[in-house]
Design a protein around this ligand. Structure first.
Ligand code: NAD
Ligand code: TYD
Length: 353
């Protein structure tokens, strides 16, 4: 691993991964390609561990010419592909960019890598970052998703990610492209854009705005602290078997409502106000097609690569709440980003029950 193309490295997980990789790999140079959509920001790339080994390129993963040029000029040997439209609610209100970026963008990267690397992919690696949502929704007693669970995506977001996974796998089988794939559960931690549940709740609470819980709040996600995800991806890059998929999950599966109450109680302790933040909890109209439960079986990555999450939900949430309290400048810059307030209006205004 010498010249690493990270796509979507100005987003939440991508920027955490850039930091992580610069720390653990002293000799790599990262070429960070990101379109800086509403979800990406250069604010996420301030104070990197070693700026001299990081080059930011603003551009679209659907731009074949640009990607070809990057591969050629920088002798890219490793791709870590994060760039995506990533928010389920946005995919419901406007699916087109999801198909464009997640499907066409991934195809463009795979095809460019195939042409640049030729039939002998030795020393090369294309890692595709995906989600547990491709497997669909679990009932309360169903076993957790394994790598061989059938795909059953139910939102435009998860359907577009499923399509991209299939393309990545096809490029391995058909062309021998040295592909690995990870499917990970819900992440949380520093630099997460405040449209997703955890940062949205923290920031709404601090502004004493309602905390909008969809439906009955009894949905379950398998929460993973973002640094644990970065470590898992790194281990797959180093030691994962080509053509294989690895499931990644946190083993933390609270009901959404309990997670929101936990955030409130951490805030009650760290930033006490006259009334408890729990009073802001408001049940709102559910998301259409809302997946009820996700859970990941991580036996394969644990047995093959020795990976286990280091954070449990209590320590990870506390660290996350503290991070948002300590980074007021980041919060202020991100909240002013184009379209953020419009999004809140569009998604929540007509949701009150
Ligand atoms: P994010 O929305 O925070 O970041 C996505 C980044 O991709 C942004 O910086 C955006 O500017 C960039 N981008 C979007 N379209 C682009 C395009 N056409 N060309 C170039 N860049 C583009 O997303 P995230 O939460 O960091 O997720 C990263 C990846 O991890 C995604 O592939 C997502 O499906 C996957 N994933 C996320 C989670 C999660 O809980 N957030 C869980 C599992 C998997
Ligand atoms: P989210 O962070 O959007 O991730 P995903 O949909 O990819 O799992 O949502 C996590 C859970 O929280 C999901 O069950 C939907 C729920 N949710 C709310 O109840 N209220 C909200 O305002 C948001 C954004 C999400």
């Amino acid at each position: 691993m010498k010249n690493v193309l990270v796509t979507g490295g100005a987003g939440f997980i991508g920027s955490n991964f850039v930091r992580y990789l610069l720390k653990v790999e002293p000799n790599v140079h990262i070429f960070n390609l990101d379109a800086l959509t509403y979800a990406g920001s250069l604010e996420n790339l301030k104070n990197l561990p070693d700026e001299t080994r990081h080059t930011f390129i603003q551009g679209d993963i659907c731009n074949e010419q640009l990607i070809g040029k990057l591969f050629h000029e920088h002798q890219i040997d490793t791709v870590v592909h994060f760039a995506a439209e990533s928010h389920v609610d946005r995919s419901i209100l406007g699916p087109a960019p999801f198909v464009q970026t997640n499907v066409i963008g991934t195809f463009t990267l795979l095809e460019t890598a195939r042409q640049a690397w030729g039939p002998d992919g030795s020393g090369k690696r294309f890692h595709h970052v995906s989600t547990d949502e491709v497997f669909g929704s679990l009932s309360p007693d169903d076993p957790a998703f394994t790598e061989s669970t059938s795909y059953e995506p139910r939102s435009p977001y998860s359907a577009s990610k499923a399509a991209s996974d299939h393309l990545a796998r096809a490029y391995f089988h058909t062309y021998g492209l040295p592909v690995t794939i990870t499917n990970c559960s819900n992440n949380y931690g520093p630099y997460q854009f405040p449209e997703k549940l955890i940062p949205l709740m923290i920031l709404n609470a601090l502004q004493r705005k309602p905390l909008p819980v969809y439906g009955d709040g009894k949905q379950i996600r398998d929460w993973l602290f973002v640094e644990d995800h970065c470590e898992a991806i790194y281990l797959v890059l180093k030691n994962g078997r080509l053509g294989e998929t690895y499931n990644i999950g946190g083993g933390n599966q609270p009901y959404n409502i309990d997670l929101v109450k936990e955030i409130c109680s951490i805030l009650d302790e760290l930033k006490p106000a006259a009334k408890s933040y729990t009073e802001l909890i408001t049940y709102v109209v559910d998301r259409p097609g809302h997946d009820r439960r996700y859970a990941m079986d991580i036996t394969k990555i644990r047995n093959e690569l020795g990976w286990m999450p280091k954070h449990d939900i209590e320590s990870g949430l506390r660290e996350t709440v503290k991070w948002y309290l300590d980074h007021v400048n980041w919060v202020s810059a991100i909240s002013k980003q184009a379209g953020y307030n419009d999004w809140l209006e569009k998604n929540y205004a007509r949701r009150e029950k």
